[in-house]
Design a protein around this ligand. Structure first.
Ligand code: CTP
Ligand code: MG
Length: 235
């Protein structure tokens, strides 16, 4: 029952582009290595992980593969590491990663490389829930801000915060179910997380506690998180 991670590093980092001098966030330096390496090495340290499929932007694929080969030669992560090219939307990159996984992959964890501070305990919670029989598992945190629906500067609705959760990655799936969910959703359905596809299929999604440090580097102010970061331990 092999578990693979699809590590999404194929975005263009538009919201950060100006602040990062045009460098896509997954390639920013963190502890002397590309940012995506931090979460790659965390997944590699988790005992259940058989391999990591890193998804790179098509235009950067050759250069990124070369750089990764150098890192792997210097720091053997002890698991299989494969690469493939991403797509236009995040979900296209997920689909490409899924398509390139070995056929014996039973469970897949989909993780944003832009969340470098994921910890092994969180990964373990997701994998444990999968092994307990949940087909789709997502890490969540309570929402601390009040969330309102706003259109053109006017509030339309206020949601009951006690019923809301903020969703993180890695999101874990039975690989066959996630493939089925993609097929069912079709090309037109655009989502911001993979569990939405499973929900669309009408199948249950289980939650486990996320971690406040598992933040996504998204906007210029998030760059401060990288400056404060301690150097990554060599895997
Ligand atoms: N991602 C991807 N392929 C895409 C789009 C996003 O692999 N076509 C990845 C990003 O590299 C990131 C994660 O999905 O690790 C979460 O996406 P997001 O934070 O939106 O990153 P970007 O799309 O790169 O940033 P932006 O939306 O600001 O352009
Ligand atoms: Mg994006």
């Amino acid at each position: 029952m092999s578990v693979w991670t699809v590590l999404l590093a194929a975005g263009s980092g538009t919201r950060l582009a100006e602040a990062s001098g045009g460098v896509k966030k997954q390639f920013l330096r963190l502890g002397g290595k590309p940012l995506y390496w931090r979460s790659l090495s965390t997944f590699a340290r988790c005992p259940d992980i058989a391999g990591v499929m890193v998804v790179f932007p098509p235009a950067d694929l050759d250069a990124a593969r070369k750089a990764l080969a150098g890192l792997l030669a210097a720091h053997d992560p002890g698991v299989a590491v494969l690469t493939t090219a991403g797509g236009v939307r995040r979900q296209d990159s997920v689909q490409n990663g899924l398509a390139a996984l070995p056929s014996d992959c039973r469970f897949v964890l989909v993780h944003d490389a832009a969340r470098p501070f994921v910890d092994p305990a969180l990964v373990g919670r997701v994998i444990t829930a999968l092994r307990e029989g949940h087909e789709a598992v997502i890490p969540v945190l309570p929402v601390t801000d009040t969330i309102k629906e706003v259109r053109e500067e006017t509030v339309l609705a206020t949601f009951d915060r006690s019923r809301l959760a903020a969703v993180q990655t890695p999101q874990g799936f039975d690989a066959a179910l996630l493939r089925q969910a993609f097929a069912h959703a079709g090309e037109e359905f655009t989502v911001t997380d993979d569990a939405s596809l499973v929900e669309h299929l009408g199948r249950p999604v289980h939650t486990v506690p996320g971690h406040p440090d598992n933040r996504k580097i998204t906007n210029p102010e998030d760059l401060a998180l990288l400056e404060d970061a301690t150097p990554s331990p060599v895997p």
